[in-house]
Design a protein around this ligand. Structure first.
Ligand code: FES
Length: 308
C-alpha cells in the first residue's frame, strides 16, 4: 500500500545486519555467521528494518514463505526460542508492510528487544528478526507474513507462561574464494562465490569447458561400461570429480549416494563430485583449492606403477 511506497522512498543505503549475541540458551543454533568476513565488518552497523523488509516483502505480499529477494547476498537463519511470557515478552514489533485487506498479510519485524526482558534474557533475539510461528502446549499458530494486528492478537490470546517462538533472521551470505587447478596442474585462476553455491554450477557460469569438468575416460557409475558422457549434474554418473586440496571442511558433507559411490570406486577422501559440492557450509567464509579431473593424474600414476 501507500505506507510501503513511502518506506521504499525512505530507504537507507544498504547496511549490514547486526549479528545476534551468542545464545546462552541450551537450544542455541550454531551462529551461521561464524567465521564470516562479511558479518565481521557489519558488527557496528545498526539494522535498518527497511533493508530487511525490502528482501522479504515480495514474499509477504504473495503469501509465500519469507526468502530473500537477493538470495545470493542473503540467507535465512531459522531457529526456535523458548521464552517466558510472565511479565511480558519484551519484543517491540514494527509493521513494515500490511495488505490492509481481509488476508491478514503483512510483515512484522522486531524493532527492539527490551533490555532485561524475558526475550532479552534468552540472548536469542535481534532487531530485524521476524516471528514465523508461536507454539503453546503443542498447538502452533502461524505468524509468518502476517500483519501486526494478527500477530499481536495471536500473542495476546496465549495463556501459558512458557511459549516457543520460531524466529527467522536475514543473514548476509559469507563469500568463498575458489582457486582452480587443471588436471595437469595449470593454474586456472580464482573466483569468489556466495556460501551455498554449487561448484559445478559456478564452473558452468564461468564457462569452464565441459572437457575440464567431466573426464571422458571415467566410467559412468550409473551406466557400467560407459564413458564419454555425463548425467548433466544429477549426481549419478560420477564423472565430474574434483579433488579438494584445501578447504574440504568448507564443503557440505557428501550425501549417502555420493559417499557410497566414491567408496565403491575407491576414491581418495578429498575427491568429490563437483555437481554435488555445496561450498561454504553453515555460511562459512574461507579459501578453497580444487584440482579438476584428479583421476587423470591418478590413473597415469597407477599405470606407471603397474607398468601398463
Ligand atoms: S555430473 Fe554426473 S555426478 Fe556430477
Amino acid at each position: 500500500g501507500r505506507m510501503w511506497a513511502m518506506l521504499v522512498l525512505l530507504l537507507h543505503p544498504a547496511q549490514g545486519l547486526v549479528p545476534a549475541r551468542r545464545g546462552l540458551h541450551s537450544r542455541a543454533p550454531a551462529p551461521l555467521w561464524a567465521g564470516s568476513k562479511a558479518s565481521a565488518t557489519a558488527v557496528q552497523a545498526p539494522v535498518a528494518l527497511e533493508d530487511v523488509a525490502v528482501q522479504w516483502v515480495a514474499c509477504a505480499e504473495s503469501g509465500a514463505p519469507l526468502t530473500a529477494k537477493n538470495a545470493s547476498a542473503f540467507l535465512e537463519q531459522v531457529f526456535d526460542v523458548e521464552v517466558s511470557r510472565d511479565g511480558g515478552l519484551g519484543l517491540v514489533l514494527d509493521e513494515l508492510y500490511a495488505a490492509n485487506d481481509q488476508s491478514e498479510k503483512g510483515l512484522v519485524l522486531v524493532e527492539e528487544v527490551v533490555k532485561g526482558s524475558n526475550a532479552a534474557r534468552t540472548g536469542m533475539f535481534a532487531r530485524g528478526d521476524t516471528l514465523t510461528s508461536v507454539t503453546e502446549n503443542t498447538v502452533t499458530y502461524n505468524l509468518e507474513g502476517k500483519d501486526w494486528q494478527t500477530t499481536v492478537d495471536v500473542l495476546g490470546s496465549l495463556s501459558s507462561d512458557s511459549i516457543t517462538l520460531s524466529v527467522k533472521r536475514l543473514v548476509p551470505r559469507a563469500r568463498v574464494q575458489v582457486s582452480v587447478t587443471a588436471a595437469d596442474g595449470t593454474d586456472l585462476g580464482t573466483f569468489s562465490c556466495p556460501a551455498g553455491s554449487n561448484l559445478r554450477r559456478e564452473f558452468l557460469r564461468r564457462r569452464l569447458p565441459a572437457s575440464e569438468i567431466y573426464d571422458s575416460q571415467t566410467m559412468r557409475f550409473d551406466s557400467i561400461g560407459n564413458a564419454g558422457s555425463n548425467c548433466g549434474g544429477e549426481g549419478t554418473c560420477g564423472t565430474c570429480i574434483v579433488a579438494f586440496t584445501q578447504g574440504l571442511d568448507l564443503v557440505a558433507p557428501p550425501s549417502r549416494v555420493e559417499s557410497k559411490a566414491l567408496q565403491k570406486q575407491n576414491r581418495p577422501a578429498r575427491w568429490r563430485w563437483s555437481c554435488r559440492a555445496i561450498l561454504g557450509v553453515d555460511n562459512q567464509a574461507g579459501d578453497i583449492m580444487v584440482q579438476l579431473k584428479p583421476q587423470v593424474q591418478f590413473e597415469e600414476e597407477q599405470n606407471k606403477i603397474t607398468g601398463t
